[in-house]
Design a protein around this ligand. Structure first.
Ligand code: 3HC
Length: 717
């Protein structure tokens, strides 16, 4: 795990634990043994610590956190490094993160390739740096940078890290050789002045000011998350306590936060994100399928989604045609893209060079004939099957035979679109979430005809453009929208039964959702929801009136349309479920008129309003979706619960500290969730989303652990 060698007078401790050289027990032991050997060897005058393969250690081995752990711990190993009388140099390439950066900070010198990045991402997995990182970083960078790096978890590029004082020198060429060369220069120099433990924290007298600012920031930005708060407390102590007591304090905080439910959930989410990359579908999987190279792309439609998608593609440095049917729409689209790219540069999401390059990569056109040679096209027009089919038929005629045709549909079965082409195996769904340039989820959808190579291509494209892609089987609404539907539906029923919209919103925001369901409706526009409902009613042959309570035997609430028909369209009209300071305003306030409309609506329908508890609100909104999630699993739409959880984390901003709805259900206990679903099914027999999932029933009866859900007998219908 740590290869030991001596090159002239320099000992090299090369961490060899692929893929990311995580600091597992064997690595920690290897480092401790290597240090002992190098210290004893009189021929050795300096020591280099580096990582073999792609990176310097990227942190502790997160998989070890669920077990009891084994000595040696990282702090004593680090103390051994720091106490060495022979200079120790960290030679950094790749990602030097978490425990890896802590090891580097125990070394006396740090050199790095320009391409390297350093950081403390522990906060993202619900913990804090636990091997003296919170005490050593402030001694190098000062408090403001330390607070920022440790509470945000951001990766800092090597050159910036040098400005912060973390890196002593940027080197070129082979990192190990560069480290050895640097170490040879340091031979004979005293290591005492380089020991961080003895350095004071700069500007320590102002700690109160910096800590208060950091705490206010994390409470606002990471509402509900415990780890950032603990990070602030730990860093603060670096300026208030002697080094050893600061390290003790860090250990105490680490032990508390590390054992919390949030940390476990966030670590589950970390691995879930990796699991969904290992997809499978009939005929192939992520190991066997071969993505086709995508060097050129096109987006059809310059509306909100089309422009957002084009921004994602351009930001990744890929050429992109933007196709519109008339000049005015095209020009508007170009303006939107320009503004979004400029915004991304300002926010530091992309570099000014990438922003500038995008202008030359973007090719506006009104002619499909320009698309003959593109590798991949994404259709992003509005949800209308006939229009989508028409576009796919046109593309099928003009594009070269290998071109992959994607539809950014949010719900239409891909098979129904692909029939318009002679290449159904190259047709696939790529569902982006609004705003497309911001939301990280990419829900890729295979039809009965999509080939594994086509699926592999869009999964790879997702990664290239910085998304978290998942692959699911086609059905009405796919995974994300199908599962999310009861969330909206139940919130509508709750306000009919007695809750007020702001009460439901408050409960769900306290639960962890960034915005309650009624604020979301106001944001997207009540007319949007109302039009979708009208379309569904049309296909079912139902005439909607203010009194309609059922559609095709299924319970329905007309309240959203009642408000929309009054011109209360949401934020854009200044009134919706809330009232706003102006049309287009953002500050929602309670509107008594809504209560009057609600009361009248209920009176007309003979609904007696009642008091509804917070617990019922959470159960009605979450358990109905969870029940649908289990149906999605048993029908094979998703292969694993991780796909569902990732879709909620990155598509609906579900709080990571709850892991995702399926993880959450497992924490609550499947038995309890199932019983409550049965209860609601009994009480609300006309809502088909309460018909209990058979998979959920079986799993709850047999008490099967989450990791075994899909391997259990009869998991699929
Ligand atoms: N522990 C265990 N496994 C890890 C790991 C870690 N710290 N980091 C990555 N892995 C695994 C992944 O699960 C994945 O496994 P798989 O191939 O079986 O799915 C494999 O390594 C490759 O990881 P990625 O797919 O994420 O590779 P990328 O190249 O896309 O990203 C990375 C590399 C940026 C290093 C990313 O893996 C990452 O962010 N890792 C986590 C870093 C981290 O959180 N470090 C802090 C750990 S906690 C700590 O150090 C506590 C300390 O203060 C005491």
């Amino acid at each position: 795990m740590v290869d030991y060698s001596v090159n002239s007078s320099v000992a090299l401790l090369l961490v060899n634990n692929p893929p990311v050289n995580a600091l597992s027990h064997a690595v920690r032991k290897g480092l401790a043994d290597g240090m002992l050997k190098a210290t004893k060897d009189t021929k050795v005058k300096a020591i280099v610590i580096a990582g073999k393969g792609r990176t310097f250690p990227a942190g502790a081995d997160i998989r070890e956190f669920s077990g009891p752990g084994k000595e040696p711990w990282l702090v004593p190993v680090g103390n051994g490094i720091e106490a060495s009388g022979k200079p120790v140099v960290a030679a950094i390439h790749g990602t030097c993160l978490g425990g890896g950066l802590e090891v580097a900070l125990f070394c006396h010198y740090r050199v790095a390739l320009k391409s390297a990045r350093v950081g403390f991402p522990e906060v993202a997995i619900g913990i804090l740096p636990g091997a003296a990182g919170t005490q050593r970083l402030p001694r190098v960078t000062g408090l403001p940078v330390a607070f920022d790096m440790i509470t945000s978890g951001r990766h800092v590029p090597a050159e910036q890290a040098k400005k912060y004082g973390i890196i002593d020198e940027i080197v070129t060429g082979d990192i190990v050789n560069a480290g050895i060369r640097y170490a040879m220069i340091m031979v004979g120099k005293s290591t005492i002045p380089r020991r961080l433990r003895a350095k004071p924290v700069p500007d320590a007298e102002n700690v109160q000011k910096y800590a208060d600012a950091a705490m206010a920031h994390v409470k606002r930005k990471y509402k509900g998350y415990e780890a950032p708060v603990y990070c602030v407390k730990a860093v603060r102590a670096s300026a208030e306590k002697p080094y050893d007591l600061g390290v003790e304090n860090e250990k105490t905080l680490f032990n508390v936060v590390g054992k919390s439910g949030q940390a476990r959930a966030q670590q589950y989410a970390f691995f879930a994100e990796r699991v969904v990359g290992k997809w499978e579908m009939p005929g192939g999987n992520s190991q066997t399928a071969k993505p086709i190279p995508v060097r050129s792309t096109a987006v059809i439609g310059a509306g909100t989604m089309g422009t957002g998608i084009a921004v994602c593609i351009l930001s990744a440095g890929l050429p992109c045609y933007l196709v519109e049917q008339n000049q005015k729409f095209l020009e508007n689209g170009l303006k939107t893209i320009k503004a979004l790219m400029e915004g991304s540069v300002k926010l530091g999401k992309i570099s000014p060079e990438v922003g500038q390059r995008a202008a030359s990569l973007l090719k506006p056109t009104m002619s499909y004939d320009d698309l003959t040679g593109v590798d991949l096209v994404i259709e992003a027009v509005y949800e209308n099957l006939e229009l989508k089919k028409e576009i796919f038929a046109k593309l099928d005629k003009v594009c070269k035979p290998s071109t992959i045709l994607c539809s950014n549909t949010s719900s239409i079965d891909i098979d129904r679109i692909a029939v318009a082409t002679k290449r159904p195996e190259k047709c696939v769904g790529v569902h982006f979430f609004a705003p497309a340039y911001h939301m990280k989820l990419l829900e890729n959808i295979y039809s009965t005809k999509t080939s594994p190579d086509t699926a592999a291509t869009v999964m790879k494209l997702g990664k290239t453009i910085g998304k978290v892609p998942i692959l699911v089987k086609s059905c009405q609404g796919f995974l994300a929208n199908r599962m999310n539907t009861p969330y909206g539906t139940e919130s509508g029923f709750l306000v009919e039964e007695g809750a007020l919209p702001w009460e439901v919103d408050q409960v769900m925001e306290d639960f962890g959702m960034p915005m309650g369901p009624f604020k979301v409706r106001d944001l997207s526009g009540l007319d949007v929801g109302s039009k979708i409902t009208a379309e569904i009613a049309k296909t079912l042959g139902v005439t909607l009136t203010d009194e309609t309570r059922f559609m095709a035997g299924n319970r329905y609430s007309h309240m959203n349309t009642v408000l929309a028909n009054m011109g209360r369209l949401g934020r854009k009209s200044g009134k919706g479920w809330y009232k706003y300071e102006k049309a287009g305003g953002k500050i929602a306030s309670i509107d008594d008129d809504v209560i009057t409309v609600l009361n009248n609506h209920c009176k007309k329908l003979g609904i007696e309003r009642r008091t509804i508890s917070s617990q019922e609100i959470i159960e009605r909104l979450m358990y109905s979706c969870i029940n649908e999630g289990f149906k999605i699993l048993e029908e094979g739409i998703a292969k694993r619960p991780e796909e569902i959880d990732i879709s909620w984390l990155y598509g609906f901003t579900f709080p990571k500290y709850l892991g995702g709805p399926m993880y959450y259900a497992n924490q609550v206990g499947l038995g309890r969730v199932y019983d409550r679903i049965c209860y609601y099914h009994e009480n609300f027999p006309f809502s088909k989303h309460w018909v209990p999932s058979q998979l959920l029933r079986r799993l709850s009866e047999q008490n099967i652990p989450m990791s075994q859900w899909m391997a259990s007998p009869g998991a699929r219908l």
